[in-house]
Design a binder for this molecule. Structure first.
Ligand SMILES: Cc1cc2nc3c(=O)[nH]c(=O)nc-3n(C[C@H](O)[C@H](O)[C@H](O)COP(=O)(O)OP(=O)(O)OC[C@H]3O[C@@H](n4cnc5c(N)ncnc54)[C@H](O)[C@@H]3O)c2cc1C
Length: 382
């Protein structure tokens, strides 16, 4: 960490921060990335369901479905090494409590251009037809987060991104005459540093408002959930298959490649509790403090008990571990389960300060045009 001026400082070494840092450095700019943990991609970019979304998951938001359908081929082309496609993926439609019917789901898939065929009878037989109206064969893959991390770190290294792990950005301010000044602490170097930059990108996901609160700017309204996904071994009839039941208080079971296990999530039991960042500064609570202090009592039994009513084989899964993470979404997502990108350039009227949060990995493509514009024409261009 050289204590002079950078073109851009990226806060957060999750997939978003790394991808953006790599892009900016590839344009010949000097980039510093600060990551709070001792290594990159240990938070939401690792602790997730590893689904490469291709649209199916969002039948109540046509826009999100369409955007995913467009980003899917782009992601698998850009990161072929981390794509796991050697399993079959099925979407089942719940008969009771479901928010979409099988017909609506099929119409939606047709609209967004996602292939959707009735599943073969041996697959349909895995479900309890009293609760499940139909099952469809889908084209959806998973990603290996460890390979994805290694891949993007390698790209960052070859483009000259300076990465400082164990480094926390505490607050920032504008400086007279232009530019921004950030206060940073580093476990390795010790002490407090002040580093300047032209553009500062806040890619800290669940903690995006920590920096805003500390810097005296208004919070971005966000919803946080303490989430648990169970990591399980699956019986033979689930092996090399993934299943998602739409669209209501149902479950999803998918390969989790970087641990060679499967994740089991449940709409009702994966979120343990929730809280909100409101616009007023005094309501901010550090998401990572809540994550660290949570007693982490697993809801696996409740997940299995309910999911096995729909798919009895789920009852034969064997619990191995849980992934715990704070999931952060825009309050609007509560209405239609959409996952828009949050991109606030020059946030709170501060030239050069940008907040970015994606609701899923492939949303990264939704913000790159804006970043290209900022980097080419200056902050006020976006
Ligand atoms: C339970 C769950 C399931 C999900 N399932 C999927 C899925 O199947 N498919 C999909 O595409 N998406 C999924 N998502 C969403 C996806 O994980 C996120 O959209 C994505 O990982 C966000 O990436 P990020 O880089 O913004 O965040 P993160 O990976 O969380 O990175 C933020 C980084 O910022 C660092 N940081 C925080 N504060 C500071 C600071 N002050 N200074 C320096 N560094 C700091 C953190 O240590 C962290 O490494 C899921 C999310 C959750 C929680």
């Amino acid at each position: 960490m050289k204590k002079d001026i950078y073109d851009s400082i990226i806060i957060g070494g999750g997939f978003y921060g790394l991808y953006i840092a790599d892009f900016i450095a590839s344009q010949g700019k000097r980039v510093l990335l600060c990551e709070y943990e001792d290594s990159c991609m240990t938070h939401a970019s690792y602790n997730n369901q590893a689904r490469i979304h291709s649209g199916y998951h969002y039948p109540r938001s046509l826009l999100t479905g369409m955007r995913s359908c467009l980003s899917f081929p782009r992601f698998i082309k850009e990161f072929p090494d981390c794509v796991i496609d050697d399993f079959a993926k099925y979407y089942a439609i719940g008969r009771i409590l479901g928010k979409v019917t099988a017909q609506q789901f099929q119409n939606f898939c047709q609209h967004i251009g996602a292939p959707c065929q009735p599943a073969p009878s041996n697959i349909c037989r895995l479900f309890n037809s009293h609760y499940i109206e139909a099952v469809f064969d889908a084209r959806e893959f998973a990603f290996d987060a460890t390979i994805l991390r290694d891949n993007i770190l390698q790209r960052c290294a070859s483009n000259g991104v300076e990465i400082c792990t164990g480094t926390q950005v505490l607050e920032f301010r504008q400086i007279a005459g232009g530019g921004l000044e950030t206060d940073i602490t580093s476990k390795k170097e010790g002490g407090l540093f002040t580093i300047r930059c032209r553009n500062l990108y806040n890619c800290t996901y669940a903690r995006i408002n920590k920096l805003n609160a500390a810097s005296g700017i208004r919070l971005i309204p966000l919803k946080h959930e303490m989430t648990e996904m169970a990591l399980v071994e699956v019986p033979e009839e689930i092996q090399n298959r993934g299943f998602t039941v739409m669209c209501g208080p149902f479950f999803s079971i998918m390969p989790f490649p970087s641990r060679q296990l499967y994740t089991l999530s449940h709409v009702r039991y994966t979120p343990h509790y929730e809280w909100y960042d409101k616009e007023e500064n005094d309501t901010y609570t550090d998401a990572y403090r809540i994550l660290a202090e949570d007693p982490k009592h697993s809801s696996y039994q409740a997940m299995v008990h309910d999911a096995a009513r729909y798919m009895p084989s789920i009852g034969k899964t064997v619990y191995r571990d849980s992934l715990w993470e704070v999931k952060t979404v825009l309050p609007i997502s509560e209405v239609d389960d959409s996952r828009p990108i949050l991109f606030k350039s020059n946030y709170a009227g501060i030239s050069g300060y940008h907040c970015i949060m994606g609701g899923k990995i492939d949303n990264i493509y939704d913000c790159m045009d804006f970043i290209r514009q900022i980097e080419r024409n200056g902050p006020s261009s976006s």
